[in-house]
Write a protein that binds this ligand. Structure first.
Ligand code: IVH
Length: 703
């Protein structure tokens, strides 16, 4: 047998096996035999690519080659749909259309699948291209990934030239399963549509094929008009006969039920028959059924059945005049995307942010929403000028969820700049994210300093992001360590910076010298070491910076990766981060300034603070002048050996009572718990009122 004959034979055999298995669930050969034949065909095709069939079954397996997704022009207009939000609006669409036509019409109703819009182009019956919707004129060619989907025929039983529109989606159960198996929190998808969109754009089709995407096809466009059937129902049955997957949940509307039933029967389709009057009943039924469907739908699509009429009615720039989408609920909020700005964070990560028309959402007006990264923008095929649907994820961070209407200015998918918007050094790709790698990039430097000084880290009062910006621009702060050496007197006279601000800042800086080593470690903002992991490191023997640096110098990844909860990746990242000369300079400068670099120093500090509250149980109520947020008072108690609790019980020994303390105070009185005022508390801490001074404005503050 010649190579060509062997390839032809294997191709034929495997096609039959795949079809039987994926369409009928029947295995004609053992898994081993199937794998052996597939491997053989892959090997032969690799050696003789010119002999590979365009619809070879090996395309289902995918490849490890890196895909790019070139922009290609659609040869059919890929339009969106007009929307209706009530059954009355759908009925109005029916009667408006009938009136315009001046004769009888019937309508097909389909589920509006919440997935990724796809156009499959076939030439002479062979799949040549699968293209995303894009802006309707230009989309991305994602053929290799779509070819791995068993519901997409690679070749058709007839040599037709046809473009087929469908929705690629992932079933809810598959989404839940895959998301649960994803260990990386950051890689978990928000919903099945996002995971499907990400999969469609996977770089390696061998990875895309592991996500069981599927498709429902709903429209066909023939280049030879003579081949076009006469109505929508026949398009669907023809598509089905070509091997496309058609959604069986079809409904059909006519002036009476019997007529509707007959048309379904004529086309050989299962489906529910309705009369126009039953529209509200139908919508109610579908709304109730929605949650039980194995996939997500976001509405229903009503389409004029008669294709001649479709042609007559034509299209607007945005949608066909012969169809309407009923949406289950008004989108959370719609806004126009005015621009995309790009921010540089302290780690150099570059994040695109959507600037949108001010939009009321959940009680506040939002103007900006996160877009995560370029991949997310690509998945949404987001372009400036598009109308977008925004939501508040977890009720806080506004996010762009989807594009509801494409811009008509011809803008294509937004691409992030290739250089850093702050310092203009080249942007580097690291696992789907974009980074500026210039350590001295002003935005990074400011971010690092502000992070170090933030409430959750070194808690340097008054050194917030705005002050950091001011002091950076004045040349006073150019590095974390400058915090301890800068002459802040020089800041006098800067806008909003009086003597009082300087004094407060100096005091905050001085106080930060007593922060425990674990806090210092996390305040450095080194990759992977947050508050929790810093504490874990300290507890696992890395209780001084020198111990960490020694392990780094020995290149001892294992020392870190063997800690429970840390993996090799974390170990390697810690080594890489602490190998940086610049970071080491910072560490040495901080050590010199007196910042804690070991747990031993923490203990010494504690000894100096006598354990005067040992054995006591404190509760706290009301607000305070000197302890803001009031958790600061709790820290003072704990530092001195006291225990703190959140409610007054029989075991409570003291209640620290500030202004406005209500029920807890009453409870303390009832139980005879000692009630301590703020002044008394300060006295107990040894920071009597005498230590409080007033500045020239007569305002009180603690030195
Ligand atoms: S018909 C010209 N039918 O909804 C034909 N669209 O919001 C227009 N969609 O871009 C599309 N299920 O991606 C049609 N049964 C269905 C659909 C459907 C989902 C999507 C499609 C379209 C979007 C419009």
């Amino acid at each position: 047998m010649s190579i060509k004959e062997e390839i032809d034979k294997l191709t034929q055999e495997l096609k039959v096996y795949q079809d039987k298995y994926y369409k009928e669930g029947i295995s004609l050969v053992s898994d081993n035999e199937y794998d052996r034949l597939t491997d053989r065909l892959i090997a032969l095709e690799k050696e003789h690519p010119e002999l590979q069939h365009p619809d070879s079954p090996t395309k289902r397996v995918g490849s490890d080659l890196t895909n790019d997704f070139p922009e290609v022009k659609h040869t059919i207009p890929v339009l969106s749909l007009d929307k209706a939000y009530s059954d009355a609006a759908v009925l109005e669409f029916f009667s408006r259309s009938i009136q315009k036509e001046g004769g009888a019409l019937s309508f097909a109703a389909e589920e509006k699948i919440d997935g990724i819009s796809m156009v499959l182009y076939y030439e002479k019956g062979i799949l040549v291209r699968a293209v995303t919707r894009g802006n309707g004129e230009v989309g991305n060619d994602v053929t290799p990934n779509i070819m791995t989907m068993h519901s997409v025929p690679l070749s058709l039983p007839e040599p037709v030239d046809i473009a087929v529109r469908g929705e690629v989606y992932l079933e809810k159960a598959d989404f839940e399963r895959l998301n649960a198996a994803e260990a990386d929190e950051a890689k978990k998808a928000a919903n099945p549509r996002n995971l499907a969109a990400g999969t469609v754009r996977r770089q390696k089709s061998s990875e895309a094929c592991r996500v069981p995407l599927t498709i429902f096809c709903y429209e066909g466009f023939w280049s030879n008009k003579a081949e076009t059937p006469s109505d929508h129902l026949h398009i669907l049955s023809y598509l089905r006969s070509l091997g496309f997957r058609i959604n069986p949940h079809l409904a059909f509307f006519d002036s009476d039920k019997e007529k509707a039933r007959k048309k379904l029967d004529d086309a050989g389709l299962e489906g529910e028959a309705y009369s126009f009057e039953e529209i509200d009943e139908f919508i109610k039924k579908k709304t109730a059924e929605r949650k039980n469907l194995p996939y997500e739908i976001d509405g229903l699509v009503f389409k004029i059945n008669e294709l001649g009429v479709r042609e007559k009615f034509g299209y607007t720039e945005h949608h066909p005049r012969w169809a309407i989408a009923y949406k289950f609920e008004a989108p959370q909020a719609e806004a126009k995307l005015l621009d995309i700005t790009v921010q540089v964070g302290r780690t150099g990560r570059i994040t695109p942010v959507a600037e949108i028309t001010p939009t009321k959402l959940g009680g506040s007006t939002i103007r900006r929403a996160t877009l995560h990264n370029q991949e997310y923008i690509d998945e949404l095929e987001l372009a400036i000028g598009d109308t977008v649907s925004v939501s508040k994820r977890g009720d806080v961070i506004p996010a762009v969820e989807s594009v509801t209407e494409k811009n008509n200015e011809g803008n294509t998918t937004y691409k992030m700049p290739l250089d850093c918007p702050c310092c203009h050094s080249p942007v580097v790709q690291v696992g789907g994210l974009q980074y500026c790698q210039n350590y001295d990039c002003p935005d990074q430097v400011k971010g690092r300093i502000a992070y170090f000084a933030s409430v959750d880290e070194m808690d340097i009062v008054t050194l917030g992001p705005k002050t950091v910006e001011l002091l950076y621009n004045a040349g006073l702060l150019r590095n974390i360590e400058d915090i301890y050496t800068a002459d802040f007197q020089k800041a006098a006279g800067l806008p909003g910076f009086g003597d009082k601000s300087i004094e407060l800042l100096q005091k905050g800086v001085k106080e930060s010298l007593s922060r425990p080593f674990a806090t210092v470690l996390s305040a450095l903002g080194v990759a992977d070491i947050g508050k929790k992991s810093a504490e874990i490191l300290v507890k696992n023997g890395f209780d001084s910076i020198d111990k960490i640096l020694n392990a780094v110098d020995r290149n001892d990844t294992e020392a870190f990766s063997s800690i429970a909860g840390f993996g090799t990746v974390t170990g390697e990242r810690i080594i890489r981060a602490f190998s940086s000369e610049r970071l080491r300079e910072t560490i040495e400068a901080l050590r010199k300034a007196g910042v804690h670099m070991s747990a031993e120093e923490d203990e010494k500090d504690e000894e100096e603070n006598e354990q005067v509250f040992a054995g006591q149980v404190w509760c706290i109520t009301g607000s305070f002048q000197h302890f803001n947020p009031r958790t600061k008072a709790l820290k003072e108690i704990e530092k001195r050996g006291g225990r703190t609790v959140s409610s007054v019980t029989g075991k409570t020994t003291h209640l620290l009572s500030g202004e406005g303390g209500g029920s807890k105070r009453a409870e303390a009185e009832r139980l005879g718990v000692k009630i301590v005022s703020e002044d008394e508390f300060l006295e107990m801490l040894g920071q009597e009122k005498a230590e409080t001074e007033s500045d020239e404005n007569g305002q009180m503050f603690l030195l």
